[in-house]
Write a protein that binds this ligand. Structure first.
Ligand code: PHB
Length: 391
């Protein structure tokens, strides 16, 4: 009760601050992004931080006459930290927009964004329900369902009959498994087992051994960004890359940030994903080259969530002529359509969720390095869990 009262008090102060700010001519638009810069998901934070800064460097720090200021805060992947940092960004720094990261943190920040009325771009989370937690949430990342149902259908069409799922044991893993297994069994496939691997410091070996022993023809795997390298190493150490079992998954298991260090372990792996650094558009060639030049890393599917999140905020500010008030900003974002390095994207006006192409890709070696090479496109895919609920 007590912390609730303190929280409400802070939010009232924040609301007064917001009114005072919008009354005066506002010169600076502050965007506060809460992501893990340290800890097990530090790679995700680095990618969002790098991509958002790259966007500002390329497009300038002035929009609709306002100066853009980025404030990046490290939540160490701890949801309570994310909530406190979001509160501090609103009350002390008087941010006009928030950026949210991983699912648990995005969930814990949602009531703060709602009560203080701050438009928030979800740049990482891939869990369907997150956008329903606040009317001021808009997503530029992805959902696991968007990718996992499509790869199930592809596998069935290509002869898969018996699958084992290996899933990182948290909300996005559960959703990946749910979407995969629903489509796979609907199409006549059989799920032999669903194995859940702890999220923190995972050891995949015993799970891979168990999966191998069940003799499936197909292994569906979800590991989050930052774990594909470890997974690939243990996968080939167990000899699974030579076992004849087909490895499939959402794009996370062939994360471009890790692919260059995976040698031959993932060659031939087919995934359904939203972004490959090898996406052949001119816009992406420019993006991937600029990202590499600025950071030394290959651009990946997490980075585009941050880059497009900034693009969405810039586009909304142009449309509202610099008005950052949450209802106006979110109103401007609904239905927004543009070209991302990943391909054409839009914001679904009824769900505030991203609509994007999902590509089927195969890992191939090009000029000595593995890349996810796109060979089939499913255009304008919505989050299937919300679609199912709406019909
Ligand atoms: C999430 O926070 O939902 C998330 C993070 C990383 C991933 C997928 C999902 O690769």
């Amino acid at each position: 009760m007590r912390s609730r009262t303190v929280l409400t008090g802070l939010l009232v102060l924040a609301a007064i601050g917001i009114n005072a700010r919008s009354a005066a001519a506002q010169e600076t638009v502050k965007i506060g992004i809460v992501i893990p810069m340290t800890g097990t998901s530090a790679a995700v934070g680095r990618e969002i931080s790098d991509a958002t800064k790259l966007y500002v460097a390329q497009h300038g720090d002035t929009v609709a006459g306002k100066k853009i200021e980025l404030l990046i805060r490290d939540d160490q992947s701890v949801p309570d930290n994310a909530k406190r940092l979001a509160q501090e960004l609103i009350v002390n720094d008087k941010v006009n927009f928030l950026g949210a990261g991983l699912t648990p943190s995005a969930m814990s920040m949602a009531p703060i964004a709602t009560e203080a009325k701050v438009a928030t771009v979800v740049m990482v989370s891939g869990t369907s329900v997150v956008t329903e937690r606040s009317p001021y949430y808009v997503r530029t990342s992805f959902t696991l369902g968007q990718q996992s149902g499509i790869i199930a259908n592809w596998a069935l069409k290509n002869g898969s009959k018996k699958a084992v799922s290996v899933l990182s044991d948290w909300a996005p893993g559960a959703e990946a498994g749910k979407a995969f297994e629903a489509n796979f069994t609907k199409g006549g496939g059989q799920i032999l087992d669903t194995l859940k691997v702890p999220l923190a410091n995972p050891d995949f070996s015993p799970f891979l051994q168990r999966a191998h022993d069940l003799q499936p023809d197909t292994l569906f795997v979800f590991v989050p960004a930052g774990q594909a390298g470890t997974f690939a190493r243990q996968f080939s150490e167990r000899g699974l890359d030579k076992s004849g079992i087909r490895l499939i998954g959402p794009g996370d298991i062939v994360d471009d940030d890790d692919l260059p260090t995976t040698g031959d372990a993932l060659l031939g792996v087919v995934t359904a994903g939203l972004y490959s650094a090898a996406h052949p558009s001119q816009l992406n060639k420019n993006y991937a080259a600029a990202y590499k030049k600025a950071t030394g890393h290959r651009a990946n599917f997490i980075s585009v969530g941050g880059y497009d999140g900034m693009d969405l905020i810039y586009r909304a500010l142009q449309k509202t002529n610099g008005n950052t008030e949450a209802d106006a900003a979110i109103g401007a974002m609904k239905g927004m359509k543009w070209e991302s390095p990943r391909g054409p994207i839009s914001i679904d006006p009824s769900t505030r969720d991203i609509v994007q192409n999902i590509y089927i890709r195969k890992v191939e070696k090009v000029e000595g390095e593995p890349w996810a090479i796109e060979f089939e496109t499913f255009p304008a895919v919505k989050d299937p869990l919300k679609e199912a609920a709406a019909h």
